[in-house]
Design a protein around this ligand. Structure first.
Ligand code: G3P
Ligand code: CA
Length: 241
């Protein structure tokens, strides 16, 4: 059965990658949450999509240049709408705490394809293990070396590559590097590709699907995970299949 993953939380309606957007995703019934992990100057694992804070906060500058306390002083809600003023940048540990006693899966995307955060993989995996959530977390990244590093640190955690473009034989790539999951952009998939991957035993978590017809197509084809900003639409597609 397909699971609906809230992309950066319920970011269609709430400020992305905030505790509010994660809580709302859970309230509305998403089965999973996708989020982006980066690291502050002083080594705190934090959840934010862009390498700079400018678009989603009232501050400016690179995430890696700022301490956690400096980030904490900023507002990460008001850019979306005035009424969301007061939202803070969340730590990964806060999200793990939030979902720990709930039936929610997490897809953690390590955002390290542009900025390389030293030992971010070890830190993330240690935290997941501390929370005993190895079986509920899937790690992905556009930095495939980083994905492989995660796998080599802890084999129990599912890990897979994110791709933008149309790989000719994705199942061969997946098999060669022994990835557990595959995270393609949805436009790069068709029924045949999905079937080949399914026959290969590779679970597919595809992004970022906000169009109803595309959601229905993917659900019909037995995709494991749809990552979407529009969880209410996706959940209604799931119910009406
Ligand atoms: O995990 C899939 C998706 O989130 C990747 O794209 O840019 O939204 O992080 P982006
Ligand atoms: Ca992401």
């Amino acid at each position: 059965m397909t699971k609906i993953f809230a992309h950066r939380g319920y970011s269609g309606k709430y400020p992305e990658n905030t505790l509010k957007s994660f809580k709302k995703a859970i309230d509305y019934g998403a089965q999973g949450i996708e989020t982006d992990v980066q690291m502050s100057r002083d080594g705190e694992l934090i959840l934010i999509h862009d390498e700079k804070i400018d678009r989603t906060s009232n501050g400016t500058g690179y995430v890696f240049n700022m301490s956690y306390n400096e980030l904490l002083e900023l507002d990460f809600g008001e850019w979306k709408r005035k009424k969301f003023r007061g939202e803070k940048i969340p730590k990964l540990s806060e999200l793990l705490e939030l979902v720990q006693d709930k039936n929610i899966e997490l897809n953690l995307e390590i955002k390290n394809n542009i900025i390389h955060y030293p030992n971010i993989e070890e830190k993330i995996i240690t935290l997941i293990s501390d929370f005993q959530m190895e079986d509920r977390v899937i790690i992905s990244s556009f930095n495939h070396e980083s994905v492989l590093k995660c796998k080599s640190i802890n084999k129990k955690i599912r890990c897979g590559p994110l791709t933008y473009s149309n790989l000719i034989n994705p199942h061969k790539y997946i098999n060669e590097y022994k990835f557990d999951t595959f995270h393609p952009m949805y436009r790069s998939l068709d029924s045949e590709k999905i079937q080949v991957l399914k026959n290969n035993g590779t679970p597919i978590y595809t992004y970022t699907v906000d169009i109803k017809e595309e959601m229905n197509f993917l659900i019909k084809n037995g995709i494991e995970g749809i990552i979407t900003n529009e969880i209410e639409i996706a959940l209604s597609c799931l119910i009406n299949q």
